[in-house]
Design a protein around this ligand. Structure first.
Ligand code: AHR
Length: 487
């Protein structure tokens, strides 16, 4: 039996709700079809946004949405996406599938989406192929409430009031698709571009995010922190669970591949720790947030789909990836201030898949729904004894626990093991529970929802536990995520 200790006396900080953020790029069927179908569509919509998708996203309380890219952001010229739709320029989305981008979803539509979702806007600006002036004018267009050419243009386009840009990213993957820059060169450019991301509304300063490293590129973090710390509020980090040499398949995989994917995902712990250690040297006060604005699994695309659309299925394995990763972020909430799973609909590790007018919720969606109560709660000290999955640097059990203002404790525990049920005994210091309820998500390692069977994987009430005087005992099934609500 493994021991699980929760210490309500050890309050370790606030779990920023933005850790539960999302990312939507002009890529494949994410924006078009997945979210935006246009006002004239037969699919029920409000101002062009699909009602089914918006409602499902509201149910998981999405706090923040990143847009328009990704690699697309460094090719995006925002003036192509404003004004009357019939006048908007058409272009080829060279990066993603070579399809025509008609710019019918632009700045106004993005803010309409955020307003329907009730979430904050995170805009990614173009450094790779855009000018300082272009970026600066976009900020002026979106946020200035005075007399100026861009504010005037916005008004002429029917938007009298400015919008609120909570977060602004100065470029994306500038070490790669965003311009193939060296860290030194980018750090200088960052300082220059960020200077002109003006705070027109002093009461709502824009949180400026510098492009950070991918994976294990510690030199990038070191250089950015050394040269640009005073100009940034956050530094991004991208990490995908992927094997470029031997792309995994999203379904029909072996146990070996299941373990391998989870072991790779678990490296997020090492990344957050080691990049965090570098950040600590330059920013011991932890003013600068680590913004993991792209993360998730990346597999071979579904057979017969456009390789540039990155459309993949989503199984219980992805649910385990999401659950263990979110537990890692919760536990590092002193530094991780935002994370955006890639991507929200129909692309990579999506929470929602659509096909025409149909929509399904993936196992990853259910994890976000189970975990939403962690948002803005206080992280508690907690520890679980566990062995590793055989032959892997992957703990079988990964957990996090938080407490709300009314004293309710939420604990989310993942059993990564493909075939072993694990018994745990939980002790909560100085606490005697009155009521415990629990919810579970479990299934075969490649169980998934399809348009023929949309509810093959879903959450259920979990009863295989027993309350004790200072906690509970439970048997966690293999490949499962269990949430305990303890009062
Ligand atoms: O999410 C897909 C792509 O992955 C993004 O456009 C890019 O930033 C990353 O390489």
């Amino acid at each position: 039996m493994e021991k699980y200790l929760i210490n309500p006396n050890q309050k370790l900080g606030t779990i920023n709700k933005n850790i539960y953020g999302h990312f939507s790029e002009h890529l494949g069927r994410c924006i078009y079809e997945g979210i935006y179908v246009g006002e004239d569509s037969d699919i029920p919509n409000v101002n062009g946004m699909r009602c089914d998708v918006v409602n499902a996203l509201k149910d998981i309380k999405i706090p923040v949405l990143r847009w328009p890219g990704g690699c697309f952001a460094d090719e995006y010229h925002w003036k192509d996406g404003i004004g009357p739709k019939e006048n908007r320029k058409k272009m080829i989305n060279t990066h993603w599938g070579g399809v025509v981008e008609d710019n019918s979803f632009g700045t106004r539509e993005f803010f309409e989406l955020c307003s329907q979702l009730g979430c904050d806007a995170y805009i990614s600006g173009n450094v790779g192929s855009g000018t300082v002036q272009e970026m600066s004018e976009w900020v002026e267009y979106m946020t200035f409430d005075g007399v100026s050419p861009m504010a005037q243009l916005r008004k002429e386009n029917g938007n009298e009031q400015p919008w609120n840009v909570a977060f602004f990213g100065v470029g994306n993957e500038n070490w790669g698709c965003g311009g193939n820059m060296t860290p030194d060169y980018y750090a200088d450019l960052y300082a220059r571009y960020a200077t002109y991301v003006r705070n027109y509304d002093k009461s709502k300063p824009i949180y400026k995010i510098a492009c950070g490293p991918s994976n294990f590129n510690y030199n990038w973090t070191e250089t950015l922190m050394k040269k640009a710390t005073p100009y940034m509020s956050g530094l991004s980090l991208h990490y995908y669970t992927v094997d470029w040499e031997n792309m995994y398949s999203s379904t029909g995989f072996t146990k070996e591949e299941y373990d391998e994917v989870l072991e790779k995902s678990y490296r997020m712990e090492e990344l957050v720790t080691r990049h965090g250690e570098i950040m600590n040297r330059y920013d011991p006060e932890k003013r600068i947030g680590m913004i993991v604005d792209e993360w998730g699994t990346w597999y071979e695309v579904e057979p017969g789909t456009n390789p540039g659309f990155l459309y993949q299925q989503n199984t219980m394995r992805d649910a385990i990836v999401a659950a263990l990763t979110l537990n890692i972020f919760n536990k590092h909430c002193d530094r991780v201030q935002m994370a955006n799973i890639a991507q929200m609909v129909n692309v990579l590790q999506a929470v929602i898949l659509t096909e025409g007018e149909q929509m399904l919720l993936t196992p990853t969606y259910h994890v976000f729904k189970m975990y939403k109560e962690h948002q803005e709660q206080t992280l508690l000290g907690s520890y679980i004894t566990t062995s590793n999955v055989e032959g892997r640097k992957l703990p079988k059990l990964i957990e996090s626990a938080s407490v709300s203002e009314d004293g309710t404790i939420i604990s989310t525990i993942v059993n990564t093991s493909a075939d072993e049920a694990i018994e745990i005994a939980c002790q909560i210091a100085d606490f005697s529970p009155n009521l415990i309820t629990a919810e579970i998500l479990t299934g075969n390692i490649d169980a998934h929802n399809t348009f023929e069977n949309k509810n093959a994987v879903g959450t259920a009430v979990f009863t295989d536990f027993e309350k004790t005087s200072d906690g509970f005992k439970a048997m966690l099934p293999p490949c499962s995520v269990v949430k305990f609500v303890i009062q």
